[in-house]
Design a protein around this ligand. Structure first.
Ligand SMILES: CC(C)(COP(=O)(O)OP(=O)(O)OC[C@H]1O[C@@H](n2cnc3c(N)ncnc32)[C@H](O)[C@@H]1OP(=O)(O)O)[C@@H](O)C(=O)NCCC(=O)NCCS
Length: 168
């Protein structure tokens, strides 16, 4: 069945919390989303709907790569969540792909994710470390994507996340 995606509206917030709590079996991701929203770090928040119910959600926030020549803007993909009973039906896939398309439309160039190394390469993500991007994560899970070919050429430095992520 088709599961369209669209930007979140204010009235979606409780449903987004529910999807994240169910997918992660914890309130941590839902609390992070609320804080990122409240502090103005969110660039894009998409929901997936099935028969009027929100069954998936993805969030993109502003982050930076600190280089010797200054800060380069990038986008953090986190979190991504699909209700357990709706997983493995391509909903996560659609949220990521639609999100990346919309980010291109916003003239964003670089996306960083820390996630399952078996999942994100299908969207074009590959080792951030291999690009010369540093962060406090294991090599495998720490991935980057160029939304524009060559966007990471010559960019070397350390990632800087918005404070609510508590990543130093
Ligand atoms: C990860 C998640 C968002 C995927 O959503 P989904 O709608 O089930 O994904 P899709 O249907 O588009 O894709 C299914 C693929 O994801 C893979 N996948 C799902 N969960 C995975 C996991 N934990 N690790 C690795 N791969 C995973 C499946 O293997 C499947 O791949 P296949 O089609 O090659 O078998 C969803 O499983 C989820 O909400 N998980 C709990 C929260 C989470 O871990 N979020 C991601 C944080 S990086």
């Amino acid at each position: 069945m088709k599961t369209p995606t669209r930007p979140e509206q204010g009235s979606d917030h409780p449903a987004i919390r529910h999807v994240n709590e169910a997918a992660f079996e914890s309130g941590e991701a839902a609390n992070l989303i609320a804080t990122l929203r409240a502090e103005g770090h969110v660039l894009l928040s998409l929901v997936a709907e099935s028969e009027g119910q929100i069954v998936g959600h993805i969030l993109f926030s502003r982050m930076w790569v600190d280089t010797a020549k200054g800060r380069v803007p990038a986008v953090a993909l986190a979190p991504l969540a699909v209700l357990p009973t709706y997983q493995r039906q391509g909903i996560g896939n659609r949220l990521v792909r639609n999100g990346l398309d919309r980010l291109r439309g916003l003239d964003e160039r670089i996306v960083i994710v820390v996630g399952h190394p078996d999942y994100y390469p299908r969207f074009g993500f590959s080792s951030a470390t291999a690009y010369g991007i540093e962060g406090p994560f294991s090599d495998e899970a720490f991935m980057a994507l160029e939304l524009v070919p060559g966007a990471l050429a010559g960019i070397r430095g350390r990632v800087s996340y918005p404070p609510p992520f508590r990543i130093e």
